[in-house]
Design a protein around this ligand. Structure first.
Ligand SMILES: [Zn+2]
Length: 447
């Protein structure tokens, strides 16, 4: 999905007005709002200046490697949700003091289920009774009616958790199945509406109980017409019994309603690889889906080696199919560095955060970047700084040669102020998020 399409909802958000968190770092809230109102509101524009913003400007090197990251303090002007100008640091009256904290891009949680979580309610660990996806479907049929009663409030709570970890955007899967009908979606849309000014969400209509397995075809068609962004899917062979029938339905629905595709694929054997290959061919047949199609988890890639892995990566890259991995560790290690080397779009997400699937999940994308660094042994300054890309949807302050590439005037004012000296330190130490700005507005401040 193009950046333009992705920002459709965010455009609407930009037009929403909010006084939330104006200039929280400059002192007490009422005083800051007063100061902003008087000093910076000019006509319809909404200008805010920051001072003492730490930005990365390059790498230090010796004759062997990158030995450190250069930073300098700057002033930064924000206007109408965009970074208007970056200037030499100066003590401008009324400017928000960023106190030397590091400027990093806002994080993007690209796989989460905001519609079903225990977060915000009583603690509950996972039961050992259920094994595998089919058992979980049976469990969901039992517990979803109860979860639906609080799902709007809990989605809002989890959005607040994500903000506190530096994320201002999520791709949320939402259950579409006969038990919740379209109510999971409707409840989530209420939460998104309530958070519209402070957080961006794109939605995957997710047939969690299988399209044909649960008879969700009509519901999926209805959901596809309800302001969603992606058509989801689940293990076409093991749940729906047919790779072709399941994927043909998904692809046609995406084409009919001009949506992207994001399929959960847990199958790691022969059927997993066949599913990947079938989807690659369908996307090649329908170029409109290039860059808009994603495989979530796609564990089968972790089982491939040598020539088969290489060929599969080449084909995924050619079809512009992205992989969204929660970066599993233990029995299966995903070949994320190999995917990156092939130019495949790789993103991550928290997936489950304290729900019936998993009691874990911190909601932190920085923690995912840290996990990636530890898993693949990325411990040097350069490697650690590169790991940040998995958390920010590929936005990095410096390119691989140390040239400053973010932020630039005209970029969206979606950023974090972090208690770290550089990206590498932020990843290695999962540094504290001191403030998150979305569309130029402070939407979270550490206290
Ligand atoms: Zn998921």
């Amino acid at each position: 999905m193009s950046r333009k399409d992705l920002t459709r909802k965010r455009f609407i958000q930009q037009t929403a007005t909010s006084v939330m968190g104006y200039g929280l770092l400059s002192g007490a809230l009422p005083k800051s709002i007063f100061a902003m109102g008087n000093l910076h509101k000019q006509g319809t524009t909404d200008q805010v200046t920051f001072k003492n913003v730490r930005m990365e400007t390059g790498f230090y090197r010796d004759d062997f490697e990158v030995t450190g990251t250069k930073t300098e303090l700057f002033s930064m002007v924000i206007e109408n949700g965009e970074i208007k100008a970056i200037q030499p640091n100066s003590d401008i009256a009324g400017a928000i003091d960023a106190k030397g904290y590091l400027l990093l891009p806002a994080m993007k949680d690209m796989h989460i289920h905001l519609d079903k979580t225990f977060y915000g309610g009583p603690w509950k660990a996972r039961s050992k009774r259920q094994h595998g996806v089919r058992d979980m479907i049976t469990l969901e049929e039992k517990i979803l009616p109860e979860l639906l009663k609080t799902s709007t409030e809990r989605a809002e709570k989890i959005i607040e958790l994500l903000q506190s970890k530096g994320s201002d955007f999520a791709r949320s899967h939402v259950n579409i199945e006969p038990t919740s009908q379209l109510n999971s979606l409707k409840n989530l849309q209420k939460a998104i509406e309530n958070k519209r000014a402070v957080f961006g969400v794109e939605i995957v209509a997710f047939p969690q109980h299988g399209i044909f397995n649960s008879g969700s075809e009509t519901l999926m068609k209805e959901a596809a017409q309800m302001d969603i962004d992606f058509i989801g899917g689940l293990d076409p062979f093991s749940i729906d019994g047919s790779i072709e029938r399941s994927l043909d339905f998904t692809v046609q629905l995406a084409l009919d309603y001009k949506r992207g595709i994001d399929i959960h694929l847990h199958e790691s054997g022969e059927s997993g690889l066949k599913t990947v290959q079938y989807l690659i061919n369908k996307v090649k047949e329908n170029p409109a889906l290039k860059g808009k199609t994603f495989l979530s988890h796609c564990f089968v890639l972790g089982k491939l080696e040598g020539k088969v892995l290489q060929e599969t990566c080449e084909q995924l890259a050619e079809a512009q199919i992205g992989i969204i991995s929660t970066i599993p560790f233990g029995h299966l290690i995903m070949p994320i560095p190999t995917l990156h080397r092939h130019g495949i779009k790789v993103m991550t997400g928290t997936d489950s955060v304290v729900d019936h699937w998993s009691p874990f999940g911190t909601g932190s994308m920085l923690q995912k970047a840290n996990l990636m660094a530890q898993l693949y042994g990325f411990s040097s300054e350069l490697e650690l700084s590169r790991c940040l890309r998995i958390a920010t949807n590929d936005v990095l302050p410096l390119d691989n040669n140390g040239k400053q590439q973010w932020p630039k005037a005209g970029d969206k004012a979606d950023f974090n102020l972090v208690e770290a000296s550089c990206s590498a330190e932020a990843v290695a130490r999962t540094s504290t998020i001191k403030a998150l700005y979305h569309n130029g507005k402070c939407v979270y401040q550490y206290s």
